[in-house]
Write a protein that binds this ligand. Sequence first.
Ligand code: ATP
Ligand code: MG
Length: 257
Amino acid sequence: MKALVKIGGSLLDDPASRHDIARQLAELSASGVAVSVVHGGGKQMTRFLDERGIQSTFVGGLRVTTDETIDAVMKVLAGSVNTQLVAALCAAGARAVGLTGIDSGLATAVQLDPALGFVGKVVSSDPSVLNALSSNGFVPVVACVAGGAQGEVFNVNGDSMAVAVASGWTVDRLVFLTDVPGVLDGSKTIIPTLTVADCRSLIETGVATGGMQAKLNAACEAVLGGVGEVRIVRGSDAGIVSRVFAGESVGTKVVAA
Ligand SMILES: Nc1ncnc2c1ncn2[C@@H]1O[C@H](COP(=O)(O)OP(=O)(O)OP(=O)(O)O)[C@@H](O)[C@H]1O
Ligand SMILES: [Mg+2]
């Protein structure tokens, strides 16, 4: 089985949570699942910029990315967040390798919208590097940074990056580990299953906003693109990775129709 696990940045910020998730992913890899990881780091980015007096501006859940921001993306996402996760995975016994979408054309992007600056939309994904690593027992860990045709560096929302890589690598399963127990309805109850139409309506009615809006758009793209199973769960729930891979109905499952 081939699986892509996307880890939200806030789960990686706390060392205990980072090591716990790393241990579970190392176990998953040892059980024979070919796993690749994509991670975000929104919280770490905001903190880094705050510390330097740079305000973060979001449009539709996406961070407006100036020259200064893209430099921070390389330092924080491709740098410290990626390296800390790789270190935790290696400590847990996995043969983790850190990379970004720029490596070997894993994710090539174009500018999404001039108003957002260096925010990229991934237009192609060459999975060769994932195949080369995965078939030799390595666990690729991809920071959500993509390359442009002219050598530009683009900031890509972690969820969009996960879907682009999952589609290019043709995974069986895509799991989003986030900081909420699933997609919540208006009365904060977990919604067990969502169709693409349900996702659109949650966004239109303003129930799913910000990061969850971006995640649902990404999840819809994944199921419409043929990813077998897409699930959104809370990464801090005990043993969550093995529960998901054992087929437990936890969190929210997104289906085509
Ligand atoms: N209907 C909803 N149900 C659940 N969460 C929601 C909803 N609407 C908005 N949210 C917000 O979406 C957030 C999850 O998205 P967010 O982008 O913050 O996390 P992530 O994608 O896991 O991490 P990162 O962006 O660092 O990769 C939740 O913490 C919550 O505040
Ligand atoms: Mg997010």
